[in-house]
Ligand binder design. Structure first.
Ligand SMILES: NC(=O)c1ccc[n+]([C@@H]2O[C@H](COP(=O)([O-])OP(=O)(O)OC[C@H]3O[C@@H](n4cnc5c(N)ncnc54)[C@H](O)[C@@H]3O)[C@@H](O)[C@H]2O)c1
Length: 359
């Protein structure tokens, strides 16, 4: 089924954790042609794109999404049918220290892309589907173009012990990161309501998997353990997140792009709620088996509780039933199998992968 996906796709942030997983999926499992646009900030990593680098259906443009001239030119030259917009500053802790960078990349960057996309879309041929071109890729039309914005469940704020975020949950972002993502979501929807741009918005829960920058909890827990370093855990470790394997997320993104209704929002979640403490304890149980410490003690002794992050949301949990019911998405990874495979991936690749990262 995925093989029939043959659109010309721009992927912004395609050298990041989720963007690169999406690019690997599109090039490996579908017939899509992909242009990655990425500024290569500290979070971008070209190693994550090595697998696809030899493909004639893959190309890369190093550029800032805030650069209007570069974005206009990328649209004009590549002629996409789809843009998957993932480029963003993404780490909540950094957003507390340097909110301006988040407003620039996430809000101004999204507005810049929308501006380029709208001008490009308005100049496309009419609204009827066009016959496929010689390379079997349907040319972009005003009818088949999609601007897909990739966002987070953090825009909905924090839950108590019960309930789930649905697409109708009012926005209540608490951190500069989530507020900047919420602003971008609103801009994308405004471009649909005001100008008719065919947009899609997806709000996903926390992702895990290979190539995640080790400032985020799961790779940080694994790599600190391998270095024998303490793992700081905020507060009492009782904050709950809903974990989703990155490969399940990117399949959902492709499916929404193929079958989603323009103007609609789809929540993506793994139905895998875990406290932060449970997550790191699980990782350390796996590591104790896969790579026992020479002195026989558990890696769990590295867990160190530190003062809580300001404004730390207590619980996120996503109801993905619109996506599962209307579009037929089903995640393939259980948390137990997915986290084990992820720990194994970092064990196998940490030495090579880390050499390219800023310390
Ligand atoms: N990681 C998660 O759990 C999660 C969950 C839900 C939604 N999201 C969203 O998914 C998207 C991708 O997240 P991620 O975890 O892969 O992020 P990441 O930090 O790993 O990667 C972000 C990428 O964007 C690029 N980038 C940043 N600013 C840019 C700019 N101004 N111009 C061009 N490129 C720029 C970086 O170089 C990097 O390659 C983000 O929009 C994020 O908000 C992430």
């Amino acid at each position: 089924m995925a093989g029939t996906f043959n659109r010309r796709c721009i992927v912004t942030g395609g050298a990041g954790f989720i963007g690169s997983a999406l690019v690997r999926h599109l090039v490996r499992d579908t017939e899509a042609t992909v242009l990655v646009i990425d500024k290569l900030t500290y979070a971008g990593n070209m190693d994550s794109l090595e697998e696809v680098s030899g493909s004639p259906r893959y190309s890369f443009l190093q550029a800032d999404i805030c650069d209007q001239v570069a974005m206009d030119r990328a649209f004009a030259d590549f002629k996409p049918q789809t843009i998957f917009h993932l480029a963003a500053e993404t780490h909540v802790d950094r957003s507390i220290d340097r909110p301006g960078e988040f407003i620039r990349a996430n809000v101004v960057g999204t507005a810049t892309l929308l501006h380029s996309a709208l001008a490009y879309w308005r100049a496309l041929p009419g609204n009827a589907p066009q016959p496929p071109a010689a390379d079997h890729q349907p040319p972009a039309t005003r009818f088949n173009f999609r601007f897909q914005h990739i966002s987070t469940d953090e825009v909905y704020g924090s839950l108590g012990e019960d309930g789930f975020f649905t697409e109708k949950t009012p926005y209540a972002p608490h951190s500069p990161y989530s507020a900047s993502k919420a602003a971008a979501d609103h801009l994308v929807r405004a471009w649909h309501y005001t100008y008719g741009l065919p947009i899609l918005v997806t709000n996903s829960s926390n992702n895990y998997g290979p190539y995640q920058f080790p400032e985020k909890l799961i790779p940080l827990a694994i790599l600190n353990a391998l270095d024998g370093k303490e793992l700081p855990v905020y507060g009492t470790g009782m904050n709950v997140r809903d974990w989703l394997h990155v490969d399940d997320h990117v399949e959902a993104l492709r499916l929404v792009n193929e079958k989603g209704v323009p103007g609609e929002t789809y929540n993506i979640g793994g139905r895998n709620e875990r406290t932060n403490l449970e997550v790191v304890q699980t990782i350390y149980r796996i590591l104790d088996k896969l790579r026992p410490r020479p002195d026989g003690t558990s890696y769990a002794s590295l867990i160190t509780f530190v003062s809580d992050r300001p404004g730390h949301d207590m619980r996120y949990a996503v109801d993905p039933s619109k996506l599962t019911g209307e579009l037929g998405w089903k995640p393939k990874h259980s948390f137990e199998a997915g986290i084990r495979a992820t720990v194994q991936w970092y064990l196998d690749n940490a030495w090579r992968w880390r050499s390219g990262l800023p310390r």
